[in-house]
Design a protein. Structure first.
Length: 252
């Protein structure tokens, strides 16, 4: 009798493990499809994701091979490439209306900042996200806006981007690669309503753009090459020139 009980217990344990694995595989695939489908519609650029691995037992996860393309009209192939990102979440929150993500850690992403007097690629993607999440979203984006509205809400307690590199391709500047200072965002969506994926994307893109524009504006060596034609005495006020450059880079 004891042996039968043990065997039944082992069989149940195996079934539970298999069930968890099956759910995890299904969840991984669902997340990948959601990121690529909804993400592409909301940002209006190609979004690709190689692999997602989530553990329901530990609440840890890994995202590999995330690429975000550029809007039409830009020459470079992509805006952002992420080799690997890790996250930690509260497994129990997967069954609630708001998923609680305790940490997202994005390491060494490759960012391309392309633009000129008409705006830049990051600003354009952020503008697309803004249009889809606003109440005035037009009918051409109605499907994406509806999917975003109905998507799962989330809370992100800690979002870290470290060792990022930005490849600058801006009119008037020589092409260069710069190291982006660490970006650390906290307490996102801690209110009962939480935030959507598009809202999280807007916050991250806004911070990236802010950091990159500040880096370019502080690059006095490059700014001096742009003083010609800005008016008498312009070359004597690097801060003023930096503000002007920052302003036109942020134009939509």
């Amino acid at each position: 009798m004891k042996k039968i009980v043990v065997r039944i217990g082992i069989a149940l344990l195996i079934l539970i493990v298999l069930a968890v694995l099956a759910i995890s595989l299904f969840l991984d695939g669902a997340v990948k499809r959601s990121v690529e489908s909804v993400g592409s519609k909301m940002a209006q650029v190609d979004v690709k994701l190689d692999n997602v691995s989530l553990s329901l037992l530990s609440g840890s996860g890994t995202i590999k091979g995330l690429t975000i393309g550029n809007p039409p009209g830009y020459k470079t192939s992509q805006a952002i490439g992420v080799g690997t990102a890790t996250l930690a979440l509260k497994p129990g929150s997967l069954l609630s209306k708001k998923v609680v993500i305790t940490k997202i850690d994005v390491t060494a992403p490759e960012i391309t900042f392309e633009g000129g007097l008409t705006g830049n690629n990051l600003n354009k993607i952020r503008s697309n996200l803004e249009g889809n999440t606003s109440s005035s979203a037009v009918s051409t984006n109605a499907t994406a806006a509806k999917e975003e509205k109905e998507s799962r809400r989330m809370e992100v307690d800690d979002f870290l981007i470290s060792n990022a590199k930005v490849h600058v391709a801006v009119s008037g500047f020589s092409e260069q690669t710069l190291n982006v200072p660490e970006i650390h965002l906290t307490d996102l969506g801690t209110n009962p309503e939480g935030i959507t994926g598009a809202e999280l994307g807007k916050r991250v893109l806004a911070e990236l753009e802010k950091q990159i524009v500040a880096m370019l504006a502080n690059n006095a060596g490059e700014l001096k090459n742009l003083t010609k034609g800005l008016g008498k005495g312009a070359g004597t006020n690097v801060n003023q020139i930096g503000k002007s450059i920052g302003d036109f880079l942020k134009k939509k």
